[in-house]
Design a protein around this ligand. Structure first.
Ligand SMILES: Nc1ncnc2c1ncn2[C@@H]1O[C@H](COP(=O)(O)OP(=O)(O)OP(=O)(O)O)[C@@H](O)[C@H]1O
Length: 463
């Protein structure tokens, strides 16, 4: 099955073998690889904040990689960190969803977030940044108030749907009764769909939390359908991408300096990659995007790549790549895999070549590992190619993905990091995940550069 719908991307959560490309998503259902044997509040807040400031001394601009130095802190459950700040019914949901111990970034960031300081959350892909900022949001919102109190800005529809889903899961009714008489409402205001329903919703009663892409948000702000004066928390997710996107940056800057006085608002930026983070921190303060005592929380700064991910490369000529990939799929028999394919170049299009994704799908269909259904996701509507290539390589959370294949080498180290980060997304799992790049001998030095930049090691693989 071949589809050009962006929504298909999210359907893969229930599929077993998703294959993603920079512009495409190919999904192979279980029949193919299942044979593999390898598949088997208030006063407490003030107290916490004062404990936090005694434990750590942070100068306004300085980043910190290990805010909490006490070894005992490693064993403090998530509930203990959040108790007194996050409402109990949300904490019950957190536990029901299986989040018992904090991840490293959560352990370091939550006390700072609960203390009211602006934060830059800088941590490995799949390290749980989303839950960290959502817990802060649930700690500050007042569901009795009818106003937008938190805004999460994301670069793409897919990421927005995912964040809104997690927020709704946390806000959903727990198995035990909740005393609150009004529940938290969460609106997803995302590009690529019609906003009619959201408009009438906004007119009747503002939601408590909005998850939005900038385009849709700006439309609503221009029409004055949304009011952000009561916003207590502003989150910008994948912040480096947002600032690098020329068509978004001016709206983003405007948003950061308008709507609700900065002193009443907590601003959070999150990403696994913040190139030149010291410069960014400086800009945050100079431009008044954050308060002057913003904290840069950098978890595992010497290991930007999650440690569970094992990296390999296979050298072959370009004409051998299809057979190399098929051999890899057969020998690895992945439980769930993603294949990244670069967008077709203009030159190749002009030469009348078929897109690489089409050629790859045909090769998979005709292979001895055939007999499977293949889903291709292409995003053509309302998205420029950069956004399209971004949307599958960043933010998407498919926790069961065990293998990543770079059919084409990504164009830089940051893209490598975010592609690799689509696997190894179960924080406390010990199972190893694999990223394999199929490269030509000329590309070896490019991969070596990524290894140096991201401080990881890649083993050569021979078929
Ligand atoms: N405390 C926790 N315990 C167990 N699992 C967790 C915990 N926190 C988050 N997770 C899970 O870890 C996975 C990754 O989390 P999340 O998507 O927040 O990562 P991220 O840091 O935002 O990644 P990226 O930078 O790639 O967007 C999710 O599947 C989430 O459910």
């Amino acid at each position: 099955m071949v589809s050009s719908s962006t929504d298909m991307l999210l359907q893969v959560h229930s599929w077993k073998f998703p294959f993603l490309c920079d512009k495409a998503l190919i999904t192979i259902p279980p029949t193919l690889l299942i044979k593999s044997p390898s598949v088997e509040r208030s006063s407490t807040r003030a107290l916490k904040s004062s404990i936090y400031s005694q434990r750590t001394s942070i100068s306004p601009i300085t980043s910190s990689s290990s805010l909490s130095t006490n070894e005992e802190d490693d064993h403090i459950p998530l509930r203990d960190i959040c108790e007194g700040c996050v409402p109990d019914h949300i904490l019950r949901r957190v536990e029901e969803l299986g989040y018992l111990m904090p991840t490293e970034i959560q352990r370091q960031a939550l006390p700072v977030l609960f203390s009211g300081r602006d934060c830059i959350l800088h941590a490995q892909t799949g390290s749980g940044k989303t839950l960290a900022y959502l817990l802060l949001i649930f700690s500050v919102i007042n569901t009795q108030r009818s106003a937008v109190q938190a805004l999460i800005v994301v670069p793409t529809r897919e990421l927005g749907m995912q964040v809104a889903k997690v927020a709704r899961m946390l806000a959903a009714k727990s198995d035990q009764p909740v005393l609150e008489d009004k529940s938290c409402t969460i609106m997803a205001l995302l590009d690529g769909g019609t906003l009619r329903r959201q408009k009438s919703w906004l007119k009747s009663e503002p939601p408590t939390i909005i998850v939005a892409t900038l385009g849709s948000l700006c439309q609503m702000l221009e029409k004055q359908t949304i009011k952000l004066e009561s916003m207590r928390v502003l989150v910008i997710d994948e912040v480096d991408f947002m600032f690098n996107s020329s068509h978004q940056v001016s709206s983003l800057r405007k948003l950061l300096i308008s709507y609700s006085s900065i002193n009443n608002r907590q601003s959070i930026f999150a990403s696994a990659s913040i190139p030149q983070h010291r410069r960014f921190l400086y800009d945050c303060i100079q431009q008044k995007w954050t308060k002057a005592d913003v904290v840069h929380i950098h978890a595992n700064p010497v290991q930007p790549m999650p440690p569970r991910i094992h990296h390999r490369f296979l050298i072959c000529s370009r004409s051998e790549r299809h057979s190399a990939l098929l051999s890899l799929l057969q020998s690895d028999a992945p439980q769930s895999a993603i294949i990244f394919v670069n967008l077709q170049s203009e030159k190749s299009k002009k030469a009348g070549n078929a897109p690489s994704t089409t050629v790859l799908i045909d090769a998979l269909k005709n292979s001895h590992i055939g007999g499977h259904e293949i889903l291709l996701l292409e995003e053509k509507i309302n998205f420029n190619s950069r956004a399209a290539s971004f949307s599958v390589s960043r933010g998407v959370d498919l926790p069961d993905t065990t293998h990543i294949y770079n059919f084409d080498l990504p164009k830089d180290a940051v893209h490598y990091l975010h592609r690799a980060g689509r696997t190894g997304r179960k924080p406390f799992s010990e199972s190893e995940c694999l990223v394999t790049s199929i490269i030509t001998s000329e590309e070896r030095f490019v991969l070596q550069r990524y290894e140096n930049e991201l401080m990881f090691h890649c083993d050569e693989l021979f078929l």
